[in-house]
Design a protein around this ligand. Structure first.
Ligand SMILES: Cc1ncc(C[n+]2csc(CCOP(=O)(O)OP(=O)(O)O)c2C)c(N)n1
Ligand code: SF4
Ligand SMILES: [Mg+2]
Length: 296
C-alpha cells in the first residue's frame, strides 16, 4: 500500500451534483481533509452553490452558509464575529468562492475582510470563467482562451487580456499566509490547508480547478491537465508566509503547448500565439525564482 500523509477521514459524502471530472469537487475534498470537521463554510453563487445537492440532501459534512455572489468576504466576517460573541474559538471559518466571485464581483468584500485582518480562510477555486452561468469570461480567464463571451470567429476573437494576478493582490494586503494549490498534488494541498488553519488572521488559498465542459477537455484528464499546469509553470505551486515566498514544487518546465493542447478552449491558437504565452510564463517563472532567492 502506498504511504500517504493525507488523512483518511472524509468530510464530503460521495455524490455531489458536479459534472464528471470536476476539479472543484476535489478542491473541497482536500481542503476539508486539511482543515477537519470543526469548520464552517460560506459559499456564494457559483457551481459549488449547487454541487452540495438538493435539500434535504447535502454532500458536505460541515455546516454551510450560502451567501450572495458578491458577499463572501462579508459573510465570513459576520460568521467570525458571531463565533467570537459566543466565545467559540476552535472553529475554522472558510469562504469558498469561484474566480468570478473572487477576482471580480467579490473583490471589494474580500479586500475589506483582509484589511480588517478577519480571522478566516478564503479559498478561491479557479476554473477561469463564470462556469455556472454558461462559461462567460472572468478577470481570471487567461489570455488566449475561448469563452462564450470571448468567442472565436471572423468578428470576435479569444480573450486578449491577461489573467488578474490575485496572489499579488492578496499579498499587497499584508496578509500572513497565501498559497497556491493543485488537485494533482493532494499532499502539498492538504499540508498547506493544515498550515493555514494554524495561522491567525486572513489567509488566502488559490486552487486551480480544471472544468471539463468549460475547458473543452476530456473529463478523464482532470488530474493530467492539473499536473501539466504545474509542470509547465502555467500554475506554479508556492506559498507566501509573512512575506517570505517558497516554491513548493519546481515543475520540469515542460512546454506550455502540452497543457494547452489537451483543452479545446485553446485549439484556435496559432504557433505565434502559443509562443507568446510561453514567453509570458517563462518571464513570470523567472520572477518567482528571483523572488524566492537561494534555497535555504
Ligand atoms: C449579483 C449577481 N450577479 C449575477 C449572478 C449570476 N451568477 C450566478 S453564479 C455566476 C457565475 C459564478 O462564476 P464563478 O464565481 O467563477 O464560479 P463558477 O460558476 O465558475 O463555479 C453568476 C454570474 C448572481 N447570482 N448574482
Ligand atoms: S461546470 Fe465545471 S466547475 Fe461547474 S460543476 Fe461542471 S466541471 Fe465543475
Ligand atoms: Mg469560475
Amino acid at each position: 500500500m502506498v504511504k500517504t500523509t493525507i488523512p483518511e477521514e472524509e468530510f464530503t459524502y460521495p455524490g455531489s451534483t458536479g459534472c464528471p471530472g470536476c476539479g472543484a469537487n476535489l478542491v473541497m475534498r482536500y481542503l476539508l481533509k486539511g482543515l477537519g470537521g470543526r469548520t464552517v463554510v460560506s459559499i456564494p453563487a457559483c457551481c459549488w452553490a449547487v454541487m452540495p445537492g438538493y435539500w434535504p440532501s447535502n454532500c458536505l459534512k460541515v455546516p454551510l452558509l450560502y451567501t450572495a455572489f458578491e458577499a463572501t468576504g462579508a459573510a465570513i466576517s459576520g460568521l467570525r464575529a458571531a463565533f467570537d460573541v459566543k466565545g467559540v474559538e476552535d472553529v475554522t471559518i472558510v469562504g469558498f468562492a469561484g474566480d468570478g466571485g473572487t477576482v471580480d464581483i467579490g473583490l471589494q468584500a474580500m479586500s475589506g475582510a483582509a484589511e480588517r485582518r478577519t480571522d478566516a480562510i478564503y479559498v478561491m477555486y479557479d476554473n477561469e470563467a463564470y462556469m455556472n452561468t454558461g462559461i462567460q469570461r472572468s478577470g481570471s480567464t487567461p489570455y488566449g482562451a475561448w469563452t462564450t463571451t470571448t468567442p472565436v470567429g471572423p468578428k470576435h476573437e479569444f480573450k486578449k487580456e491577461p489573467k488578474k494576478d490575485i496572489m499579488a493582490i492578496m499579498e499587497a494586503h499584508g496578509i500572513p499566509y497565501a498559497a497556491t494549490v493543485s488537485v494533482a498534488h493532494p499532499e502539498d494541498f492538504v499540508k498547506k490547508a493544515a498550515k493555514a488553519k494554524k495561522i491567525k488572521g486572513f489567509r488566502f488559498i488559490h486552487a486551480l480547478s480544471p472544468c471539463p465542459p468549460g475547458w473543452r477537455m476530456n473529463p478523464t484528464q482532470t488530474i493530467e491537465v492539473a499536473r501539466l499546469a504545474v509542470e509547465t509553470h502555467y500554475f506554479p505551486l508556492y506559498e507566501i508566509e509573512e512575506g517570505k515566498l517558497r516554491i513548493t514544487r519546481k515543475g520540469k518546465g515542460t512546454p506550455v503547448s502540452e497543457f494547452l493542447k489537451l483543452q479545446g478552449r485553446f485549439s484556435h491558437l496559432t504557433e505565434a500565439e502559443v509562443d507568446s504565452i510561453q514567453k509570458t510564463i517563462d518571464e513570470a517563472w523567472k520572477r518567482l525564482l528571483d523572488r524566492e532567492g537561494p534555497e535555504a
